[in-house]
Design a protein around this ligand. Structure first.
Ligand SMILES: [Fe+2]
Length: 308
């Protein structure tokens, strides 16, 4: 059975190799507080751009947000004269808040995420008892991507791939020869994303990763996080399909699905929840917006006791 979305992404990647105008420029901003890599990808010909996985700074002790990380993206976009068409989220992150709504005000772009965000909204809407005014239909976003959707960033061709496992809604965005793969694979020396959040599934993650690894070997992969594997002194967020297939410590070629699932499940049971999971999920399931203010005008973030 042919995998039509992968075939389309492969054709697009091979075309970008023959035609340098189809190769996007990528600039990455790394947030050491949450180990998140935000990427600005643009078409060198038209200057059309997309921001992938932005970060809103949040101080958990005081409950205060600030825009220092996002401001760096704004300054870069303005200095390069980019026209932002998209604010893309690979998934509803559990370890940092999205700055997409603020960035939309500053530099524009439609907010896009995977269509299965509605499943994430269902699960977390219940966990946080978000009430009937919290719409669980993805309407907080401007566009919901499905597997195989084709879109353009200026003249650059792009394909969306559904890569569930870390969450049910994870997407990879293949833009020219560059794939923004969110929380699936990490650097080869670090491995893979966890799959134990509500709605996560290690077996599904393995299958999504193996599917991504059928893309051409030279495909540039841009990751959402890096935690510096033991022995490495620099953060890194870019690798290739070939390097992952040869060296990924969890899923290099030859690793069997059952072995991955048991390794991933065992490892996940030892991990504590991310520091910012409570605010992150409640804000990111709302497309980066704060919960509706209470009658005193203040937004509150809830903590469910003995639930997660
Ligand atoms: Fe994540």
């Amino acid at each position: 059975m042919t995998d039509a979305p992968i075939a389309a992404a492969t054709a697009q990647i091979l075309n970008a190799e023959r035609n340098p105008a189809q190769k996007p420029v990528v600039k990455t901003f790394f947030d050491e507080a949450t180990f998140t890599a935000s990427h600005v990808v643009h078409d060198p010909e038209t200057k059309a751009a997309a921001v992938v996985d932005s970060v809103l700074d949040y101080d958990a002790a005081s409950g205060r947000t600030c825009y220092d990380s996002a401001q760096k993206i704004v300054e870069y976009v303005r200095a390069e004269g980019l026209k932002v068409e998209w604010q893309l989220e690979t998934h509803a992150h559990a370890d940092h808040l999205s700055a997409a709504p603020w960035l939309q005000e500053q530099i524009g772009g439609k907010l896009g995420i995977g269509a299965d965000i509605i499943r994430v909204q269902e699960v977390f809407g219940k966990i946080f008892n978000a009430g009937t005014r919290f719409a669980r239909d993805g309407s907080q976003f401007d566009h919901l991507f499905r597997d195989g959707d084709q879109f353009q960033i200026g003249n650059l061709k792009a394909t969306a791939l559904h890569v569930p496992g870390h969450t049910p809604a994870d997407m990879a965005f293949v833009i020219g020869d560059a794939a923004f793969i969110g929380d699936t694979l990490f650097m080869p020396d670090y491995g893979t994303a966890r799959a134990d959040f509500p709605g996560g599934d290690a077996r599904m993650l393995f299958r999504s990763i193996r599917r991504l690894l059928t893309l051409p070997e030279q495909t540039r992969l841009f990751l959402c996080h890096d935690y510096k594997a033991p022995g490495r002194t620099e953060f890194a967020w870019e690798t290739t399909v070939g390097a992952e297939r040869a060296h990924n410590v969890h899923v290099h070629d030859g690793v069997a699905e059952e072995d991955f699932v048991s390794m991933r499940t065992k490892r996940d049971s030892t991990l504590s929840l991310p520091n910012l999971i409570m605010p992150s999920v409640q804000i990111n399931m709302r497309g980066g917006h704060m919960p509706e203010p209470e009658e005193n005008g203040v937004s509150y973030i809830k903590i469910p006791v003995n639930k997660l």
